[in-house]
Design a protein around this ligand. Sequence first.
Ligand code: ARG
Length: 412
Amino acid sequence: MRLRSIQRLQKIVLAYSGGLDTSVSIKWLQEKYDADVVTVTLDVGQQEDLNEIAEKARMLGAISHYSISVVEEFLKNYIFPSIKANGLYEGKYPLSTALARPLIATTLVEVAEKEGAFAVAHGCTGKGNDQVRFDVTIKTLNPNLKIIAPVREWNLSRDQEIKYAKENGVPIKAQKSVYSVDQNLWGRSIESGPLEDPSVEPPTDAFEWTKPLDETPDEPGYLEIHFESGVPVSANGNSYDPIHLISYVNEFAGNHGVGIIDHMEDRLVGIKSREVYECPAAVCILEAHRDLEKLVLTRSELAFKTQVEQQWSWLVYTGLWLDPLREDLDAFIDATQTRVDGSVKLKLFKGGFRVVERSSPNSLYDLNLATYEGVSKFDQTAAVGFIDLWGLPSRVGFAKKARKKPLQQIRA
Ligand code: ARG
């Protein structure tokens, strides 16, 4: 008891965002576990004032605070592999939040081991995917660490939480937004408030990275992205360092109102939810990358890779980043990417965009074969025999099954 006011016996490492949930958690963890709380805030490109967050953590009684920039690692080891994998969940979501979670969890474990903490804590609720991503990664890396999720465990309503905050000297900022936002270099996830009704269009105040259409330029903009070995290396002729390249594309596309995703998503825990994102760089880079692959990879490679991509995205979405299968899939993906060099030009206008030009030194496109003009080295006479054999199994099957019907029924 004597030591208590100076130093408690046990330590908990808390992933700290500076928001109400994790701020209240500092007090709650100290109280409930009689433990010291070490807070950790990571820079994953979310553009927040980390000094302010550190200050707040100390003010609330964290015995020490770590501000760690992992943005470069996030880009090279998580975003780049996702570009190569055309990482999209359910065909739409570029996995921006999902990709950052295993990196944050890994860093928490590192800090916990360094600090000799017995537990790590995070602010996830029990209804989402993030809790799964954190818990699975932490448990995989260090099964001896206890995992504490105060929000999930405590299950407080917003009002109860505010009451607790007031009683415990946790400052409550006037809510500047009704939305719950998670953002990093690869995108911005926006949830709650009016977005919870999927039958209603998102209000414009949900968006910060994409301009409303009445403020976007009245002329189309062109964005040329150059790729080497499957990753972007320059945009519109400028070789930015990779982090600035992504920021540049985010800004350029966002300025044209490009990057909003609004879709119905199936969370791992079984809940259907309406999810809204702003991912200007991700949607442009992924579209350009996929188009370039179509120029340089064979039909068979593309077909097989599509299946690999689905499995890869599923692993990432569901928190299984550390499953050995992910690295196995990366090995295949990396092998295909050695030829994904070249440039793709996108035309952006009033919230929409499409690829308008692509070129590559490894292009499989052969004008001599494809042209409809007179001289081509494609032997059209060979097509007849090819078609005969190509359709053979279908012809045989069809003859057995359906030709008893009149043609009119077949058409219907
Ligand atoms: N539905 C997305 C996902 O599961 C976004 C989650 C946003 N997370 C958050 N804490 N606001 O990856």
